[in-house]
Design a protein. Structure first.
Length: 160
């Protein structure tokens, strides 16, 4: 059974165009990578766990702030290249990217050194346009941006 993740795509309107909040993975493997590694804030959930509750929890863990409490828009699922299935919702809101505080994970670094180091799960967040988002986001998640723009209808037309 493939791994499953759930997340929230935060968006805001700026000059009549949507902007999307994406996060960059922390840790040494992604330090110098920018293209096609950014993501929506998300995390894995287990069998029997509510994916929507997971999405809300992961948003807060990765950004240090709860998502807006307004209605979440269902964006459906996408399957990433490794097989992981990501279920996503969108919500309109704003967030100061300079104020994020991510949870951390521990790993051996450098490899085979015996030293354990902590790294933030998310090392930065950024508001991006549709064009920039499509360049930065994990390829399978581009569909989430497209679905949101479609759902925004006239509000998102300036993005296309």
């Amino acid at each position: 059974m493939p791994a499953r993740s759930a997340g929230i795509l935060l968006f805001r309107m700026s000059g009549g165009r949507p902007e999307f909040l994406l996060v960059h993975p922390g840790g040494p493997f992604f330090r110098r990578k920018d293209k096609e590694v950014w993501s929506i804030p998300k995390g894995e959930y287990g069998e029997g766990e509510d994916p929507r509750a997971c999405a809300v929890r992961e948003f807060e863990e990765e950004l240090g702030k709860a998502p807006p409490s307004t209605r979440l828009l269902d964006l459906g699922e996408v399957r990433q290249a490794g097989g992981k299935i990501v279920t996503a919702w969108a919500v309109e809101g704003d967030l100061d990217t300079a104020s994020i505080q991510s949870n951390v994970f521990t790993m051996e670094w450098p490899p085979r050194s015996g030293q354990l180091q902590e790294f933030p799960e998310v090392d930065r967040a950024e508001w991006v346009s549709l064009e920039t988002g499509r360049e930065k986001i994990v390829p399978a998640q581009r569909l989430l941006l497209d679905r949101l723009v479609h759902a925004l209808g006239d509000r998102g037309d300036a993005a296309t």
